[in-house]
Design a protein around this ligand. Structure first.
Ligand code: ATP
Length: 386
C-alpha cells in the first residue's frame, strides 16, 4: 500500500449490551494484540455482530470500556474511530467503476493523491486490472475484494470484518480465506473477523474467541482451543468430540476416572476447571477431587479401532467392546460410528485417513486412544453445551 499503515491493539473491559430486558453481550473482556488476526466465533445470535458494532461505534455499550491503542474510544463517534468495517453485503455503488468506488471515500475526506492510493489499494487485493469495470461485471469474490480495498485505503488501525465471506460459495470462500490472511499479513493491521464457521476462524486467525449466549467461553490460539477445549460447548463447536461422563477415582499427575465400570485416564494438566467467562486453563485452577463428576473427551481422529482382539499400545485408554453402526468413506478419511451400548454410549466416532475402510458395519470392535490425547472438563455440569 502507498499509505503507511498503522496498527493498534483493541481492548474491551466489562463491555455489556442490553436491548431492553435482553442482554445480548455480557460483560466481555477481550484483548486483541496489535497486528494480530483475531476471530470472534460463535453460533447465530451469540452477540458477535453486536460486539463488532460496539467497537465500530455503531452501537453504544450499556456499560464497559473500549480502547484502541490504549485510548478510550467508548464515547467517540464512529467516524472518528480509527476503524473501518467490511460487511457481508459489499455495498458498492453500482453506477461507479471499481476505481471510483475505492476513490470515493478518500476524495470526500480530501486525502491527497486519492486516485493513486485507490489504485495501490486495488493492487493489494490483486484487482488492478479490473479498475475500470463496474461492480455488476465482477464475481462475488472480486466484489468482496473491492470492499476490502475500499476499507484498507482508509488506513484503519483496526479492520472489522463482519461475516465478509458469508455470501460466497465454498470454493471461493476457501480462496478468499487465504487471500484475507495474506492481505492481513502484508498490511500488518489488526483484523477482527466475525464468523460462525469454525473452519474459517481456525484457518485464518492467530487468536479465536468462542462466544456463546453473549459470553466468551474460551479464547486462545486455534490449536489450543481444538486440543484443550475448556467447555463442552467449545469441544463440540470446534469439530466433533467424543465426550463421556465419569467419576474421579484417584488424583495426581494423571487422574483415574471411572466411566461405566471402565477405568480411563487423563493427565491432570489437560483437565479444565474453568467455570464461566473466559475459561482459561491456569495453574491456579482449583484441583479436581476424588469423587468429582467430570467429562472426558477425545477427538475422533485420535481414536483407533481395535479389531479381532487387537492390542492397544501402552498408555492408551480403551473402551468396548461395541458394534460399528456406520462407516462413511469421504475420500480424505473414513469415519466410523460405534455403539458401546453396554456403557450407555451410542454414538462414539473414530476417524482415520489411512485409505479405504477395513472395518465393516456390524463388526465388534474396541476403541483405543492415547491417554495424552484425552482432555477433561471439570468445571461444568455433565451434558451441558451439547
Ligand atoms: P448472527 O451470526 O446471526 O449475525 P450474532 O452472533 O452476530 O448472530 P447479534 O447480531 O450480535 O448476534 O445478536 C445477538 C442477540 O441480540 C440476538 O438475540 C439478537 O436478536 C439481539 N439483538 C441484536 N440487535 C438487536 C436490537 N437492535 N434490538 C434487540 N435485540 C437485538
Amino acid at each position: 500500500m502507498s499509505a503507511p499503515q498503522t496498527t493498534e491493539s483493541l481492548e474491551l473491559w466489562g463491555v455489556r449490551k442490553e436491548f431492553g430486558a435482553f442482554t445480548a453481550v455480557e460483560s466481555l473482556d477481550l484483548t486483541v494484540p496489535e497486528g494480530s488476526f483475531f476471530a470472534l466465533l460463535g453460533p447465530s445470535g451469540c452477540g458477535k455482530t453486536t460486539t463488532l458494532r460496539m467497537v465500530a461505534g455503531l452501537e453504544q455499550p450499556t456499560s464497559g470500556t473500549i480502547s484502541i491503542g490504549g485510548r478510550d474510544v467508548t464515547g467517540t463517534a464512529a467516524f472518528r474511530r480509527p476503524v473501518n468495517t467490511v460487511f457481508q453485503s459489499y455495498a458498492l455503488f453500482p453506477h461507479m467503476t471499481v476505481l471510483d468506488n475505492v476513490t470515493f471515500g478518500l476524495r470526500r475526506k480530501r486525502v491527497p493523491d486519492a486516485r493513486a492510493k485507490a489504485r495501490a489499494g486495488l493492487e493489494t487485493v490483486q484487482l488492478g486490472h479490473l479498475a475500470d469495470r463496474r461492480p455488476n461485471q465482477l464475481s462475488g469474490g472480486q466484489q468482496q475484494r473491492v470492499a476490502l480495498a475500499r476499507a484498507l485505503v482508509n488506513s484503519p488501525s483496526v479492520l472489522l470484518l463482519d461475516e465478509p465471506l458469508g455470501a460466497l460459495d465454498l470454493a471461493l470462500r476457501r480462496e478468499m480465506q487465504l487471500e484475507l490472511k495474506r492481505i492481513q499479513a502484508e498490511a500488518g493491521i489488526t483484523f477482527v473477523h466475525v464468523t460462525h464457521d469454525q473452519e474459517e476462524a481456525m484457518t485464518m486467525a492467530d487468536t479465536v474467541a468462542v462466544m456463546n449466549e453473549g459470553r466468551v467461553e474460551q479464547m486462545g490460539p486455534p490449536a489450543e482451543l481444538y486440543e484443550l477445549p475448556s467447555t463442552a460447548f467449545v469441544a463440540n463447536f470446534l469439530g466433533r468430540s467424543n465426550l463421556v461422563t465419569g467419576t474421579v477415582l484417584d488424583t495426581g499427575e494423571v487422574l483415574g476416572v471411572d466411566v461405566a465400570g471402565t477405568r480411563l485416564q487423563v493427565p491432570a494438566g489437560r483437565v479444565s476447571t474453568g467455570v464461566s467467562g473466559v475459561a482459561l486453563r491456569q495453574a491456579q485452577d482449583p484441583p479436581v477431587e476424588t469423587g468429582a463428576v467430570v467429562q472426558l473427551g477425545v477427538r475422533p481422529e485420535k481414536v483407533r479401532i481395535l479389531l479381532n482382539g487387537g492390542e492397544p499400545t501402552p498408555g492408551s485408554n480403551v473402551l468396548g467392546p461395541g458394534k460399528v453402526t456406520d462407516v462413511s468413506f469421504t475420500g480424505v478419511s473414513t469415519q466410523y460410528q460405534v455403539d458401546l451400548g453396554d456403557l450407555g454410549l451410542h454414538d462414539v466416532f473414530a476417524q482415520n485417513s489411512s485409505g479405504a475402510p477395513t472395518v465393516r458395519v456390524g463388526d465388534a470392535v474396541r476403541l483405543a486412544w492415547d491417554v495424552d490425547r484425552t482432555f477433561g472438563l471439570a468445571g461444568e455440569p455433565a451434558g451441558s453445551g451439547q
